[in-house]
Structures are given as structure tokens and as C-alpha cells.
Design a protein around this ligand. Structure first.
Ligand SMILES: *[C@@H]1O[C@H](CO)[C@@H](O)[C@H](O)[C@H]1NC(C)=O
Length: 358
């Protein structure tokens, strides 16, 4: 429950309580107390229901918020030694973990060789919000997840798209992410856990990157959502970029309960291993390099074609709109004439098709 709702709901419960007490004391002057629960219920059923609902909402708020806070802080605590050892700056304005909402915490890291910044997000079930929690029963289940986006320095290793994903959700992820969808193919790897596959643009990329991460990803395979090394955007760009896209490594995993928080450490270790590993190991041959850059040119052509088609469609729409506006501004008489003319046209067309069919 957002803070803005919290104060009014407390005030509402106080007000209802006050009215109950007030009314009860007035009645007291004339009659004895309620004789039975039925009588009490008859008189105050609405108020009792409101009070219980408010009580439930408040309880959920405090218990849920606390649950999420403990989960976020424990997960951060198991990652923190790795972050501290690798980054000069962990967090912003003194807080290592910044709260964005009771179910969303932000991680920010910077100050490391080869790395520009790391943006992370711990996003949990909205446990603090009774209504939203109830609503999530009807939607796709929400998971407690942590995502880390590393923006790497440009030009320190080869371009290319490479990912390790769970076999079960791989196809779905591939269709969701533009870079995976456009540039990669799925393949099985015998050094990976049975539940994982790679999506890769070239086997040379796989050979360079997989040894850096396979063992560690295997150790925590059941928590992995995706591990992606990419020089292309995750979501399809609307317009052509004027400069190269940022090179990034993205890691996303589901979070175990706070008691088992340590289980995700190998995943973060895999990510950290790439910070030096990619600049050292990931340099593909000239042949593959030109293949990769050709794929980007092709994708760019595709995007610009789409952009042009979109522009043409918008222009067409604008023209129709303007025509309609112009018609509206005609005198009623002229409008009637125009309508009659168009009707005639339509009639002729219909007759023609009837004749043809006949
Ligand atoms: C990570 O990057 C993706 C794509 O650029 C973005 O949609 C997502 O919000 C980012 N996540 C975080 C935590 O910064």
C-alpha cells in the first residue's frame, strides 16, 4: 500500500471507531448492552466489515513490507562482498541499496576497470499490497527477481550476442528479446547443466564466453532467468540509433527465500568473471567479425524499412484526417451534396459487383 493511502485509511478506521463508540454510548442511556452477537452484528455489521478490511490491509502492509525488506537486504548482503571487492562505489548517497517501492530496491555500482556502470533492480511480489496481491492470483505469477545490467566500456572486446537461458523458457525469452531473436540460434552444450542451453550468434563467441561462466551458472541453474552478453538493444528500437549501442552484460535470476539467499552467489560470480574475462578472451577471428557486422547492417536495413513504412502510414492517416476536417467545415448544404455523391459512388460499386457475380 502506498504511503498516500496509509494515512487516510488510519484516519478512516479512527473515525469509524469513534462513531461506533459515540453511537453505543447514546444508546446506552436507554437500553442495556447488546444481548447477543446477532444483535451486535445486525446493528454494526457494516462497520465491523469495514474495520476488519482496514485491519487486514494494514496488517498486510506491515508484514509484507517487512518480508520484502528482509528478502532484499539478505540478497544484497550475500552479493555485497563481491561488489565491494570489485567496485569502488557501491550504492548512491550512502545507501548501498536504495528503496524505490516496498517491493522494489535499486542497486547501483560504478568504479571498475572495463565497466561504465551497473544498474540493478530487486523486484519482489507486492506483498505489502493486499489488493494487488489478490489480483496477481488471476494473472501470470509474479516472481521475486533480481536483474543486474552491466554497461561495459566500448571497443574492448568483440561485438556479438550470446546468452545462457533455461531450456524451458528459452523459446519464450528468445521471442521477447529483440537481440536474441534477431541474431542468435539455440544450441545444446555438453559443459552446461541439462536444464540450460545457449543462444548464440557464433560458435566462436560460445567458445570464448562459455568457459568463463558455465561452471558457475550450472551451480545455480535452477535460479537463472537469463545471462546475456550483447552489443544490441534488448527491446526493438523505434528509430535508428546515431551511435553504437552500449555493450552490456545482463543477468537476471529468481531469488530464493532469505534463508537460502546464498544459493545465487555463483550466478553473480559468473557475471563478475566476465568483467575482466570478456576484454581478455572474447576476440573473434576476422571472418566471424565481418559476419557479425554484416548481420548488424542487415538488421539496420530492416529497421529503417520498418521506420519508412511507419512514416508512410502516418502520412496517410494525417491526409485522411485532414480531408475529414475539411468536410466538416463545409456548409450543411455542401455536406449533404457530398454525402449524396459518395452514396451514389458506393451504390455504383455495389451494382458493379452484383453484375459481376450475376
Ligand atoms: C536493464 O536493461 C534493459 C534493457 O536495456 C532495461 O529494459 C531494464 O529496465 C534494465 N534493468 C535495470 C535494472 O536497469
Amino acid at each position: 500500500m502506498p504511503r498516500s493511502l496509509f494515512v487516510p485509511s488510519v484516519m478512516a478506521s479512527v473515525a469509524i471507531l469513534a462513531s461506533v463508540v459515540d453511537a453505543a454510548s447514546v444508546e446506552n442511556a436507554f437500553e442495556p448492552y447488546f444481548e447477543s452477537f446477532e444483535e451486535l452484528w445486525e446493528t454494526w455489521s457494516r462497520e465491523i466489515m469495514y474495520l476488519s478490511a482496514i485491519f487486514l490491509i494494514l496488517c498486510t502492509h506491515f508484514v509484507g513490507k517487512r518480508h520484502n525488506e528482509i528478502l532484499a537486504k539478505t540478497t544484497m548482503a550475500v552479493m555485497l562482498p563481491l561488489f565491494r571487492a570489485n567496485f569502488a562505489r557501491v550504492g548512491d548517497n550512502g545507501a548501498e541499496l536504495a528503496i524505490d517501492a516496498p517491493h522494489e530496491y535499486i542497486i547501483y555500482l560504478t568504479g571498475r576497470r572495463h565497466v561504465a556502470t551497473v544498474h540493478g533492480l530487486i523486484k519482489m511480489k507486492p506483498r505489502q499490497d493486499l489488493i494487488r496481491t489478490l489480483l496477481t492470483f488471476f494473472q501470470a505469477p509474479v516472481q521475486d527477481t533480481c536483474t543486474l545490467n552491466v554497461t561495459m566500456n566500448p571497443d574492448e572486446y568483440s561485438d556479438g550476442v550470446f546468452a545462457v537461458v533455461p531450456k524451458l523458457s528459452g523459446t519464450q525469452l528468445r521471442s521477447k528479446f529483440y537481440d536474441l531473436n534477431t541474431f542468435t540460434k539455440a544450441s545444446n552444450q555438453n559443459t552446461l547443466d541439462d536444464s540450460l542451453i545457449t543462444l548464440t550468434e557464433s560458435s566462436e563467441l560460445t567458445d570464448a564466453i562459455l568457459p568463463l561462466v558455465s561452471e558457475r551458472l550450472n551451480k545455480a541453474a535452477k535460479w537463472l532467468d537469463y545471462f546475456v552478453v550483447s552489443d544490441q538493444p534488448m527491446y526493438k528500437p523505434e528509430t535508428l540509433a546515431s551511435q553504437p549501442y552500449a555493450k552490456r552484460i545482463s543477468l537476471s535470476f529468481r531469488m530464493p527465500s532469505h534463508k537460502n539467499a546464498r544459493e545465487i552467489v555463483p550466478l553473480v560470480e559468473a557475471l563478475i568473471a566476465c568483467l575482466d574475462g570478456l576484454p581478455q578472451e572474447c576476440h573473434v577471428s576476422t571472418v566471424i567479425k565481418s559476419k557479425i557486422s554484416k548481420a548488424r547492417e542487415e538488421a539496420e536495413r530492416e529497421l529503417s524499412k520498418k521506420a519508412q513504412a511507419e512514416r508512410a502510414r502516418e502520412l496517410e492517416e494525417k491526409r485522411t484526417r485532414e480531408k475529414r476536417e475539411a468536410e466538416k467545415s463545409l456548409s450543411p448544404d455542401a455536406q449533404r451534396k457530398l454525402a449524396a455523391k459518395e452514396e451514389k459512388k458506393a451504390l455504383k460499386k455495389r451494382q458493379k459487383t452484383v453484375v459481376k457475380r450475376g
